[in-house]
Write a protein that binds this ligand. Structure first.
Ligand SMILES: Nc1ncnc2c1ncn2[C@@H]1O[C@H](COP(=O)(O)OP(=O)(O)OP(=O)(O)O)[C@@H](O)[C@H]1O
Ligand SMILES: O=P(O)(O)OC[C@H]1O[C@](O)(CO)[C@@H](O)[C@@H]1O
Length: 429
């Protein structure tokens, strides 16, 4: 393999030993792989040279599994910010462990990685089909979450004490890094503990995964806020609707919300810097032309216009400046200064969006992610995250998924469609 090609090899705990109790399923064989490149032009060099093209291991149930379901316990932990669909994943994991494999001890750790450290005193919740029956109807996570580091050695101590064979970590980039450290510590001790990540990030910013759950629900909900902003903006002379959306480093929520119904006239994302003067001038032009404007701004956009961030949260994520209120005040101040009367309505639906239950498509996606995570853990994969690529579920090594964030390519097709949808013929200077 070319040294520049991603190494998709997934770590394994060992040879499969136990026949699976599952019946009537189509098993995945280890040779089934999903091509990383889907464009013919990207594949051409491999075809011409006869080299193996990069590919990812395909998810799904294996005919022979590594763990004995009748003896093991499994754990589930949810970390980082809330995200629609987290409860659906907890439900899917529990039901699959119970019904596909016959595991009877499934522990839900409370309050993120904090609950995986015994001395914090958060007793795990015993998860059964009855406990998880209707949790998919709820937003948030029934296990609660937290930010902030915990010592891998203390976490592995507790996992060993509880007899946990597979730990499922539901979380974003930080959670995956924490999961990798748990897997490393278990390996250092020679303990066959599988650590499987299920990517939870409303920002949809994990590399080598096409989509993460909750993102689609977030775009649905964001559009409700944009609809309100548009209605308010068109209901006043020189009306401006300004909507702030989540998206710390990647502006996918703002970008996709912009593509819905073409109601957004300015989409501001972290990946595309802009100047305040250029933005205000374009806004003036838009108002002069159409008498109203809608702006969708991702929380990480325009950070260069704000004082440098000095604080971090417990996990070490930089606390961003508030671009939403900054723009609100700057727009009001600018039009006051030039003597133009405007009516600006500012909407920040961030936590309303994040706390919703998943929409139907996300719920179904969560169910399949959960099932595939269980299949991966049961057949002895570890230090990996369940992904989806070219319509298939995949196994992605955590080291690859956390290598760098997935971002909008400002020169790519998505961004050019976003620009076209806003009616802006060019980017703001
Ligand atoms: N580099 C790291 N090594 C070990 N643990 C980490 C690392 N980064 C973050 N963590 C831990 O993972 C947990 C979740 O991290 P974080 O709060 O950054 O959320 P996240 O998983 O990135 O999700 P979100 O996308 O919602 O922010 C926290 O307990 C945090 O301390
Ligand atoms: O307010 P909190 O819980 O720190 O979370 C905010 C962050 O979480 C995210 O929603 C990611 O989960 C980011 O978009 C946002 O910056």
């Amino acid at each position: 393999m070319n040294h520049q090609e991603p190494d998709f090899n997934v770590e394994r705990l060992g040879e499969c030993r136990f026949p699976s109790p599952m019946r009537g399923v189509r098993f995945t064989t280890d040779g089934e792989r999903i091509l990383y490149h889907s464009r013919y032009q990207e594949m051409r060099p491999f075809i011409d040279s006869g080299r193996e093209p990069p590919s990812m291991e395909m998810g799904g149930p294996r005919e022979r599994i590594f763990f004995d379901p009748s003896t093991i316990a499994c754990g589930i932990v949810t970390c980082g910010g809330l995200c629609p669909g987290t409860n659906d994943v907890i439900r899917a994991l529990t039901l699959s462990l119970y019904h596909h494999y016959g595991v009877r001890r499934v522990y839900g750790f409370r309050y993120g990685f904090e609950g995986v450290v015994k001395r914090h005193g958060h007793s795990p919740l015993l998860l059964t089909p009855e406990v998880v029956d209707r949790i998919g109807e709820l937003g948030g996570t029934i296990l609660a979450s937290s930010r902030g580091p915990q010592a891998p050695s203390e976490m592995v101590d507790y996992l060993e004490e509880l007899g946990i064979a597979i730990l499922f970590t539901i979380g974003g980039d930080g959670t995956l890094k924490g999961a990798a450290k748990i897997a490393e510590e278990a390996a250092r001790r020679g303990r066959p503990i599988s650590v499987i990540g299920i990517p939870k990030t409303i920002d949809n910013d994990v590399s080598f995964l096409q989509n993460t759950f909750g993102f689609e629900t977030a775009v649905d909900e964001a559009h409700r806020a944009i609809y309100a902003a548009h209605t308010e903006a068109t209901g006043a002379r020189n009306g401006i609707g300004l909507v702030k959306l989540m998206g710390r480093d990647s502006g996918f929520i703002a970008a996709y919300s912009t593509l819905v119904n073409s109601q957004v006239n300015f989409c501001l994302v972290p990946e595309v810097p802009f100047t305040l003067a250029g933005f205000l001038k374009s806004l003036e032009e838009r108002l002069a032309l159409r008498g109203h404007a809608v702006i969708a701004v991702a929380e990480g956009a325009g950070q260069e216009l704000l004082p440098a961030a000095t604080e971090s949260d417990a996990s070490g994520n930089v606390k961003l400046g508030d671009i939403g209120t900054f723009l609100r005040d700057a727009i009001n101040g600018h039009f006051r200064a030039i003597g133009t009367e405007i009516t600006l309505k500012y909407i920040d639906p961030s936590y309303i969006i994040r706390s919703q239950p998943a929409n139907s498509h996300d719920s179904a996606f969560c169910l399949l992610l959960g099932h595939n995570a269980v299949h991966a853990g049961m057949c002895g994969r570890t230090c990996m995250v369940v992904g989806n690529w070219n319509q298939q579920f995949t196994h992605v090594p955590i080291r690859l998924a956390t290598h760098q964030r997935k971002k909008i390519d400002p020169k790519g097709r998505l961004w050019s469609s976003v620009l076209a949808s806003t009616g802006q013929s060019r980017e703001i200077d």
